[in-house]
Design a protein around this ligand. Structure first.
Ligand SMILES: Nc1ncnc2c1ncn2[C@@H]1O[C@H](COP(=O)(O)OP(=O)(O)OP(=O)(O)O)[C@@H](O)[C@H]1O
Ligand SMILES: [Mg+2]
Length: 615
């Protein structure tokens, strides 16, 4: 199994599922990155992401500006039309009508193009942000996933990305609107300075009232978010844990919990609308005050012949037009606060570096004989936790099958995880063919070391795709051979669609033993020279297990195998048995020898047999 074979066996596309092979070409990597300098403000760190879309942003903002400027002309045209055509018959009315129509259509087209490009930017930037985050998450090490809650991660990837993105795309658009408000004010000044000042009197009020309303609504909207998450968590746990809920007859209790959470959510929503109902009419009707003032002052000016009647018409249109930017300015501040908080949460993830990475001078692990050595290894999962391994030394010779036996919690799975460098040792070293696992590339190491865990996770795809997970290009014949070795071919043949049967979520439509055998086949297909079976056959019948190990010995001999086992039948397959306790090896030898000498060994086996009988 040299490297050329590996690549030959992995064409880029998987024929079984059409379309997946084009992933690489269809999904481009994100175009911008978050700036790594943590001393910058959140916005400056996010700028490279915006800059990557500068052309669509520029088109969107440019068109928005043009559209708004065209729109601003219309009230002024009305003013001129009334003065020149309606009152004094100096020009034809039709010209103005056509002009108003033309400006209106132009503004509409510009707004359409602007909106199109703004949304295009918004969605491709959202794609970039999500991609960045997900890419980062896939690089994170096991220790990270031991610590974080998946629900939290999902919420950051969803709502936090959205609120940051909302600000990045809409803040510039709102600023353009405000700039246009200045242009409009210029026109108003040109028509009549005193009236322009009167008209603007209410604008600060619109801003203040809008800001005040949002300040009051802000805590409530956070409350709604939190309570939505609460309801979502209950629903999520009830769907995922439905088997436990039903087994303990807890449906009524869970429903009550859901009802309580839903009631709290309803209270927050009602409160939100209650507050909105009080403020919205005030904010929305403030322009009427402006209109009244314009009518009062403007009307006086018209009566005294200092102003044309068209000016009043133009001003009332401007007042309505100016309202939106002033309201949105307040909204912008609010969006900024929320986006800053969200960005903080996203950066917290992005700034965390994976602790298990390739060393700068790492080289690929070539073909290996399968010599695995633990040299006086000490390990603890976290600095503040006691050591899971302490002074652990073990040597597996190439081609040897070793059974690792010990009480629960003695560190057997930890040993398995360290071979594939899921974690780094605290002291000592793990070597494969004499090379420290920290000095080789992670991908070459994990290609050479296959681990089958006791809790097999299957994806909700076909059995064939599940088995071929590590080698998507494998032929059906290869998949079948792996399934045969894992003693899975028999039950797969009996399934309605054979290898094309789609398993339920996490493989729940299969029995525990069936799932374990698929997981074994999945690892066998990769054909790793070092194989670790961590309680991988605990749910399989003794006879089937025997057959699996026989197949392993015959078909795929020559590999180094570490079997974490409790059962006598499994242990008897091993060349050597290693007994561990409290994170270190306490004895090793043949099964018979240990049985004679080691009371702990007898105890562990007796415990296993007992559990087996009970189960
Ligand atoms: N991800 C983890 N984070 C923190 N501590 C852990 C983690 N996994 C295991 N431990 C702790 O490390 C110790 C060894 O656990 P390990 O899983 O290696 O035991 P084991 O021998 O495989 O037990 P079992 O037979 O029950 O599978 C235990 O005290 C356990 O609580
Ligand atoms: Mg274990």
């Amino acid at each position: 199994m040299g490297a050329p074979d590996d690549t030959a066996g992995r064409p880029p596309s998987r024929p079984a599922t059409p379309g997946e092979g084009t992933e690489a070409s269809r999904y481009a990597p994100p175009r911008g990155r978050i700036h790594p300098d943590t001393s910058r403000s959140w916005l400056r760190r996010a700028l490279p992401v915006v800059a990557a879309h500068k052309w669509t942003v520029a088109i969107a903002l440019g068109c928005s500006f043009v559209g708004l400027v065209l729109q601003v002309q219309i009230p002024n045209l009305l003013n001129e039309a009334i003065t020149n055509a309606v009152q004094h018959h100096r020009t034809s009315l039709a010209t103005y009508v056509w002009e108003v129509l033309g400006f209106g259509v132009g503004a509409g087209v510009a707004a359409f193009v602007s909106r199109l490009y703004l949304m295009r930017t918004a969605y491709s930037m959202e794609y970039d942000l999500r991609h960045l985050l997900y890419e980062h998450l896939t690089q994170m090490s096991f220790s990270f996933y031991d610590r974080v809650q998946s629900g939290q991660l999902i919420s950051r990837a969803n709502s936090d990305v959205r609120s940051v993105n909302l600000y990045l795309t809409f803040a510039p658009a709102i600023l353009v609107q405000c700039a246009v408000a200045v242009v409009a004010f210029g026109y108003m000044l040109a028509i009549s300075v005193p009236l322009a000042i009167v008209a603007m009197v209410t604008m600060p009020l619109v801003y203040v009232a809008g800001t005040r309303m949002r300040k009051i609504l802000f805590p409530v909207s956070w409350l709604i978010q939190a309570r939505l998450a609460e309801v979502a968590t209950i629903v999520d746990e009830n769907v995922n844990g439905v088997r436990i809920v039903k087994a303990f007859d807890a449906e009524a209790r869970e429903l009550r919990a859901l009802a309580r959470a839903a009631t709290r959510l309803r209270w927050a929503n009602v409160r939100d609308y209650d507050l909105r109902a009080r403020y919205t009419p005030a904010v929305q009707n403030l322009p009427q005050l402006g209109l009244a003032l314009v009518l009062l002052v403007g009307g006086e000016l018209v009566i005294h012949g200092q102003l044309g009647i068209g000016a009043i018409l133009a001003f009332s249109a401007y007042i309505v037009m100016l309202q939106a930017p002033f309201q949105m300015l307040g909204q912008l501040i609010m969006m900024g606060q929320r986006a800053a908080a969200s960005a903080g949460r996203i950066y917290e993830l992005i700034d965390e570096q994976p602790d298990i990475v390739d060393a700068p001078d790492a080289s690929p692990l070539g073909a290996v004989a399968g010599d695995v050595a633990f040299e006086d290894v000490a390990f603890s999962y976290r600095g503040d936790l006691p050591r899971a391994l302490d002074g652990f030394s073990l040597h597996l010779r190439p081609g040897e099958t070793v059974a690792l036996v010990g009480r629960t919690g003695s560190g057997k799975s930890t040993v398995a995880r360290l071979i594939a460098r899921y974690y780094d040792v605290t002291a000592g070293a793990v070597r494969i063919d004499g090379r420290d696992v920290r000095s080789v590339t992670l991908s070459s190491l994990r290609d050479r070391v296959g681990i089958v865990l006791d809790e097999p996770f299957l994806f909700s795809t076909s059995i064939r795709d599940n088995i071929a997970y590590g080698r998507p290009g494998a032929s059906l014949a290869e998949v079948e051979a792996a399934a045969r070795a894992a003693q899975a071919d028999g039950f797969i043949a009996e399934l309605p669609n054979g290898y094309d049967t789609v398993v339920g979520e996490r493989g729940y439509t299969l029995s525990g033993g069936q799932r374990q055998r698929i997981a074994i086949a999945r690892t066998l297909l990769v054909n790793p020279p070092v194989l670790v079976l961590d309680d991988a056959t605990s749910a399989v019948d003794v006879q089937v297990e025997q057959a699996i190990h026989e197949a392993l010995a015959h078909l795929l001999g020559g590999r180094t195998t570490l079997i974490v086992a409790h059962r006598l039948s499994t242990i008897s397959l091993a060349d050597r048995v290693v007994l561990m306790d409290a994170g270190r090896v306490v004895a090793e030898g043949s099964h018979e020898g240990l049985l004679e000498r080691e009371p702990l060994y007898v105890e562990v086996l007796a415990q296993a047999e007992h559990t087996e009988e009970v189960a």
